[in-house]
Design a protein around this ligand. Structure first.
Ligand SMILES: [Zn+2]
Length: 500
């Protein structure tokens, strides 16, 4: 696998530090508000990278911090007459809820800055002892001049950076380029004791301290948005290396999401938060929209992009529905299509099976026809191309294109009657394996796609019908229709079909 490293500015062979264990750190959000949809991109990149490494057989530890002490949190708390802790807890919880909805799983560790004050103080003390930090009033600053490699990630000369830099009112640093490691307490602000008096940590130091704590020196991969390269990641390197630790071996930066006013306002209004996007669109559509471009490219985010992704997801779902119907028709026990009244088991989803991308879904021709073996060849080629795309700097755009191409070929083969029951099962397994790596499992499960909320409405309607309350039953049918599903009565039960 080759991965682009922003520090060396080249694609390099990725070999983990610890053999079969991959160690990753991504910068997470500062929780002073609902997260912007742009925050979903590094989250998706990190989770898809984790899934990809796991599909190759690696064990992965992904750490993603939550910044729960910051000027913006303090400002919001003050303006609302609440404590910083209350504000941070509210929006950290909202962030977890929003990112949970993406269906990608969670990072392995999500440390809070305020729970790592001792580690942060320890790192600052080391920097002071090494002569890379100094106390000024109640603050402690990193001495940029003492660190000759400063600027190596952002490719800037210190002399150029100094041009135009200035010391703000209230800052007691000696050089405008120096940055705060510890901020002395101001009245009314949360504060922790330290060797330099009561105060709180700066933003940059928390990431150096927490990545080193959970992953150890020289961990494999550090990621985040491009906008964090300077000063945040430049400072993280200076802090860790200045204290004597090897830092990240690969720097992975995702491009920004551009939400042009004109494009966004057309049809979806002012959708800006991840929450509002997920209220209006299926999570898989957002994931497809994000993975449809290379993670390093900037992405023009628009209503059209989301609508196109919705259509792509819809086509994949239809194909899986068709494959499942064929399997059910062939006597498979998987995925019953009819919910039978109160005996339905909403939310019962088969356990995900472990798999690897290699050797999944070999099609054996049921009747040895030439067309069937042609199809088998195309399927193997798609699988190979998918694996190569992911191995080439996580090129999810090319990998996704292989999924869509294969889906088109499957639809054509189904229409032409080329696929026997074994072929159907094999191609379904291969597509499911590819989609799992991309975090799109929801697309593959016909049963899973009916949300519990819809199942509950359908059950309530069934009960209303049983007691001959047809007005209520019709109202519930309308509610289900409004949510994008159609309820079709079938002998002994009913069927729920998505309409969009
Ligand atoms: Zn960070």
């Amino acid at each position: 696998m080759r991965l682009y490293d922003s520090l060396s500015q080249e694609k390099r062979e990725f070999v983990p530090r610890d053999g079969d264990h991959v160690t990753m750190y991504f910068c997470g959000p500062t929780v002073y508000n609902y997260v912007h949809v742009g925050n979903a991109r590094p989250f998706v990149v990190s989770m898809v990278a984790k899934r990809y490494f796991e599909s190759l057989g690696y064990r992965v530890t992904l750490v993603e911090n939550i910044t729960d002490i910051d000027d913006r949190i303090i400002a919001r708390a003050a303006s609302e007459g609440r404590s910083c802790k209350e504000v941070a807890e509210e929006f950290a919880q909202a962030y977890r809820e929003d990112t949970d909805r993406l269906g990608l799983g969670r990072p392995d560790v999500e440390p809070l800055a305020t729970e790592h004050i001792p580690e942060i103080i320890d790192l600052i003390a080391k920097l002071v002892a090494h002569g890379h930090a100094y106390q000024a009033g109640g603050d402690v600053y990193f001495d940029v001049d003492s660190w000759p490699e400063y600027g190596k990630l952002s490719k800037q000369q210190v002399s150029e950076m100094r041009h135009g830099a200035r010391i703000e009112v209230g800052e007691s640093k000696a050089d405008p380029l120096d940055f705060a490691l510890w901020k002395g307490a101001k009245p009314g602000e949360p504060a922790w004791d330290s060797p330099w008096g009561p105060g709180r940590p700066g933003w940059h130091i928390e990431c150096s301290a927490m990545s080193l704590k959970y992953l150890g020196p020289g961990f494999d991969l550090h990621g985040g948005g491009r906008d964090l390269i300077f000063p945040h990641h430049e400072n993280e390197i200076a802090q860790a290396e200045g204290a004597g630790y090897a830092f990240a071996r690969f720097w992975v930066h995702n491009g920004m999401l551009n939400l042009s006013q004109e494009k966004m306002s057309k049809s979806i209004g002012n959708i800006r938060t991840l929450r509002s996007v997920l209220d209006a669109h299926r999570p898989e559509a957002l994931v497809v929209a994000l993975l449809g471009s290379h993670y390093r490219s900037p992405l023009e985010f628009s209503a059209e992009l989301l609508e196109e992704a919705e259509e792509q997801v819809g086509r994949l779902r239809n194909m899986f529905r068709e494959l499942s119907d064929r399997m059910a028709g062939a006597g498979s026990e998987e995925v019953p299509a009819v919910h039978s009244g109160s005996t339905a088991e909403p939310g019962l989803v088969p356990e995900a099976k472990p798999f690897s991308l290699s050797g999944v879904g070999e099609v054996r021709p049921p009747n040895g026809t030439t067309r069937d073996s042609d199809f088998r060849g195309r399927m193997a080629a798609r699988r190979q191309a998918f694996a190569e795309a992911m191995a080439d700097d996580l090129n999810t755009a090319a990998a996704l294109a292989e999924v869509f191409s294969l889906a088109r070929e499957v639809n054509a083969a189904l229409a032409a009657g080329e696929l026997g029951p074994e072929g159907v099962a094999a191609v379904r397994a291969q597509l499911a394996a590819m989609l799992h790596v991309l975090g799109l499992d929801a697309v593959t499960s016909v049963r899973d796609e009916i949300p519990p909320e819809i199942l509950a409405l359908a059950e309530e309607r069934q009960e209303a019908r049983a007691r001959r309350d047809f007005a209520r039953a019709d109202a519930l049918r309308a509610a289900i229709t409004q949510r994008g599903y159609e309820i079709r009565d079938a002998p002994g039960g009913y069927k729920i079909v998505p309409t969009r």
